[in-house]
Design a protein around this ligand. Structure first.
Ligand code: TXA
Ligand code: MG
Length: 324
């Protein structure tokens, strides 16, 4: 099924879930920290291990779109259209909570976030387990999401009962969260499915409310943050700001656009950004971790154009740069 995961591992991980334990699992976006969504004690452990406030809701991951009706009160037309078009995939739908979902998983909300991940290991686990798993990103609250099993080991280690190593995540930023629970369909968090693709599937423009909903912790300013301080500058100021920070004695890490020559910049560490937004998204969290590891205390970057995947990348960079 995968270079590093065999069916024995899947069975073992499913048994851990049945026993109320925690499994780190690969998805196409980032690694998740999974618990049986219907077991309130197991779900409580997820919050504890992440250090996440219990009022912040989790995403319930299910094995196929046709099971959606089991987890929610009703499936509005927009949800049906989006699920059909984008599942399995990096899209999370917020719907009215079904009675099967404990309030512990939704942080007390009467809505629930659901998605079908597009990763063979995650789908195999969900199939072997049979139920749904509540899974936030497998990192401590507020820090950078993991895109490899090694990231999970380094950050959560022994706190997790079983780690499934499915290799590096393909998308690299979290799912797009779309609220379809009310009259207006809106984007709560930009992510792996682009706004443009959502709009073309629905045949109408969508509102993006990614900062107004305080119940979405991914939207708190100091989220997705590395240890180094992240500073965002205008593209034409990038080299000057790097030079200035270096003169001030900072160990500067730079997100260098592919259009700028590497030789033009003197810094402690440099990430040469790929030209494609797909590759940038895939690498983003790894770059932040890498610059931390190289001992940078300051990371200087510019925002990409906020269209297609650039919208999600810019959103995460802004959160990373937020007040600490
Ligand atoms: O790609 C992803 O979505 C990854 C992988 C593991 O699936 N998961 C992820 O989970 O990013 P987490 O917990 O880091 O972020 C979940 C987001 C939070 O911002 C949370 O507030 C929001 O989903 N959320 C969950 N339930 C919600 C609800 N009922 N209403 C609004 N937002 C909700
Ligand atoms: Mg997260």
């Amino acid at each position: 099924m995968n270079a590093t995961v065999n069916t024995g591992d899947i069975e073992a991980a499913a048994a851990v879930l049945r026993g109320g334990g925690l499994v780190a699992l690969p998805t196409e976006t980032v690694y998740g920290l999974a618990a049986d969504a219907e077991n309130p004690a197991a779900v409580a452990r997820v919050f504890q291990v992440k250090g996440r406030p219990p009022t912040h809701p989790l995403i319930v991951h299910i094995g196929s779109a046709d099971k959606l009706g089991e987890w929610v009160e009703d499936v509005p037309d927009a949800a049906r259209v989006l699920a059909e078009r984008f599942w399995p995939g990096p899209l999370t739908l917020v719907l009215r909570r079904g009675s099967r979902v404990p309030l512990e998983a939704t942080g007390g909300l009467e809505t629930v976030a659901v998605r079908v991940p597009d990763h063979p290991v995650a789908l195999a686990l969900l199939s072997a387990f049979g139920g749904g798993v509540a899974a936030p990103s497998a990192n401590r609250f507020g820090s950078v999401s993991p895109t490899t099993a090694d990231h999970v080991r380094a950050e959560l280690g022994d706190a997790v009962d079983f780690i499934l190593d499915g290799g590096p995540c393909d998308v690299g930023v979290e799912s797009t969260i779309v609220d379809v629970s009310g009259q207006e369909v809106s984007v709560l968090r930009p992510g792996g499915v682009t706004r443009e693709d959502l709009e073309s599937a629905l045949g109408r423009p969508l509102a993006v409310h990614s900062s107004s909903d305080v119940r979405v912790p991914g939207q708190h300013p100091s989220h997705y943050a590395p240890n180094a301080r992240v500073v965002l500058v205008e593209p034409d100021r990038l080299l000057a700001e790097v030079e200035l920070a270096r003169e001030q004695g900072h160990q500067v890490g730079v997100f260098l656009p592919h259009s700028v020559d590497r030789d033009q910049v003197k810094a402690h560490a440099v990430v040469e950004l790929p030209a494609s937004m797909t590759a940038y998204a895939r690498g983003l969290y790894g770059y932040l971790r890498e610059l931390d590891q190289q001992g940078c205390d300051l990371i200087i970057a510019s925002l990409p154009q906020e269209q297609e995947l650039g919208l999600a990348i810019a959103n995460r960079l802004r959160r990373a740069a937020g007040p600490r």
